[in-house]
Design a protein around this ligand. Structure first.
Ligand SMILES: NC(=O)c1ccc[n+]([C@@H]2O[C@H](COP(=O)([O-])OP(=O)(O)OC[C@H]3O[C@@H](n4cnc5c(N)ncnc54)[C@H](O)[C@@H]3O)[C@@H](O)[C@H]2O)c1
Length: 431
């Protein structure tokens, strides 16, 4: 059968290994296109939730998942031998850094090991986890081939970076162009046919390394530009210039400028982590990625800068941070989502507790917030509760917050996101 006709037949079965923020939306997209999808995860609670048709990912509506589960298009299992049913398998498991800030590829390795013995001849395997150039061929390929199939003859292998942007109302899995690079040209063609069967736009590149590097370029671009804004923020503050006003003005330039914003520090599973995958790999080539290191250093300093600015703001009220009641407003790593991974709120809260501040928080998306195993007290946003705090620290600019109430009721505000851009006065401090 010509490669481009593969997967046209809706009897194809697609597997997704890792049913998290990336894997579950992908599985649902495949199901919506009419394919039978088998999700595989080591986390039995996720398997049970999927099989009960209940979504735990905000971008996936429960009704949508429930309908696909009801039609028997989407199901999940912790039994990896069922990879034998699949014509294509996508791996989207975590790629964190270890304690030494070095790539932790153990999840990818175990996922590949779990499916390898069960893959059927002709199957396509794609890796979507963000990682350094070389991973697909140096790590995943040998593990899969140990299962008996050879890449290029009876197994197709490709890398295709995930670009999901949680909470983005316009670009979601289906309409975000998908880059793919295979080990051989036929692997690429097979991956193009696969993704083209349920996504709008596919962008083939010449190799797995080019595809791996594409994802890192995208994330490093963001990391470095955010660091640049954080540096300019500190300079502007010293000079008495409002950086937020400057970015708004600069972005009226219709060409050659793209706005990035300063903030309390990086968060999420991608931007604070992925650039260091490249730094680590570059060292094997006797190269040092200085922009990435500098950006990392600048961004990591931001939570400390936030606490320093909070101390200075409290100082104007003749209050020390120790003993002051601080309301942290928003703790998720970005607006309008529940994801706490690498959130700068965690570091800021640790610093505030170390300084003996009396910390409470409010986040409509995050019902519990623990620091070093101890829960931080959540509060409702009432006039009295806000007025009872010495300062409000806006860390995440969720949209469903009554910022007028915050402004009206608070004694002092440090806004790290320009969420109170419409409000002014002596009590409003901005990063
Ligand atoms: N979340 C994002 O916004 C985003 C965006 C682009 C790329 N990525 C990349 O995609 C990858 C996955 O990220 P995520 O956010 O979906 O992670 P996640 O933690 O939400 O989900 C990963 C899932 O993999 C499962 N898992 C772990 N080890 C496994 C194994 N050996 N076998 C089967 N399942 C296993 C976990 O139980 C979990 O359900 C990462 O490499 C990440 O960098 C994430």
């Amino acid at each position: 059968m010509p490669v481009e006709e593969r997967f046209q037949d809706k009897s194809s079965v697609f597997g997704v290994v890792g049913l998290g923020y990336v894997g579950l939306p992908l599985a649902v997209e495949m199901g919506k296109a009419g394919y039978r999808v088998l999700g595989m995860d080591v986390d039995e609670s996720k398997v049970d939730e999927v099989n009960a048709g209940r979504s735990y990912i905000p971008d996936v509506p429960t009704e949508e998942l429930a309908e696909l589960v009801g039609e028997r298009l989407v199901s999940a299992t912790a039994d990896f031998s069922r990879a034998s049913e699949c014509d294509a398998v996508v791996i989207c498991v975590p790629t964190p850094l270890d304690e030494m800030k070095e790539p932790d590829t153990s999840f990818m390795e175990s996922a590949a090991r779990e499916i390898a013995p069960y893959l059927k001849p002709g199957v396509l395997v794609t890796l979507e986890s963000t990682t350094y150039p070389g991973t697909t061929e140096e790590i995943v390929q040998p593990i899969l081939e140990a299962g008996g199939l050879k890449v290029g003859t009876d197994l197709h292998l490709a890398f295709s970076p995930e670009r999901v942007d949680p909470g983005n109302p316009v670009y979601q899995t289906k309409n975000t162009p998908k880059v793919v690079g295979g080990v051989t040209p036929e692997c690429t063609a097979t991956a193009v046919a696969f993704y083209g069967s349920f996504l709008d736009t596919i962008v083939p590149v010449s190799s797995t390394r080019a595809a791996e590097m594409t994802k890192l370029l995208e994330n490093i671009f963001r990391c470095v530009n955010i660091a640049l804004m954080n540096e300019l923020l500190i300079v502007s503050e010293r000079m008495g210039i409002n950086i937020w006003e400057v970015v708004d003005a600069a972005k009226t330039k219709p060409f050659g400028f793209m706005p990035f914003y300063p903030g309390p520090g990086l968060g999420g599973h991608c931007i604070p982590i992925d650039p260091f995958y490249l730094s680590w790999k570059a060292r094997q080539f006797d190269l040092h990625t200085e922009f990435i290191e500098l950006a990392g250093k600048t961004n990591e300093a931001m939570p400390y800068y936030v606490v320093k600015r909070l101390m200075e703001a409290l100082n104007t009220h003749r209050k020390p941070l120790a003993g002051s009641k601080i309301l942290m407003l928003g703790v998720a790593y970005k607006a309008n989502i529940d994801d706490m991974r690498e959130s700068p709120a965690i570091k800021i809260a640790e610093l505030l507790l170390d300084a003996e501040a009396d910390l409470v928080y409010h986040d409509p998306f995050v019902p519990t917030f623990c620091i070093r195993g101890n829960p931080v007290t959540p509060i409702e946003l009432t006039e009295d509760a806000i007025a009872g705090c010495d300062a409000v620290l806006v860390v995440t600019d969720h949209r469903n917050i009554d910022y007028h109430l915050i402004w009206r009721s608070s004694k002092l505000i440090l806004d790290t996101r320009n969420a109170l851009k419409e409000f002014d006065g002596d009590k409003v401090f901005r990063l």
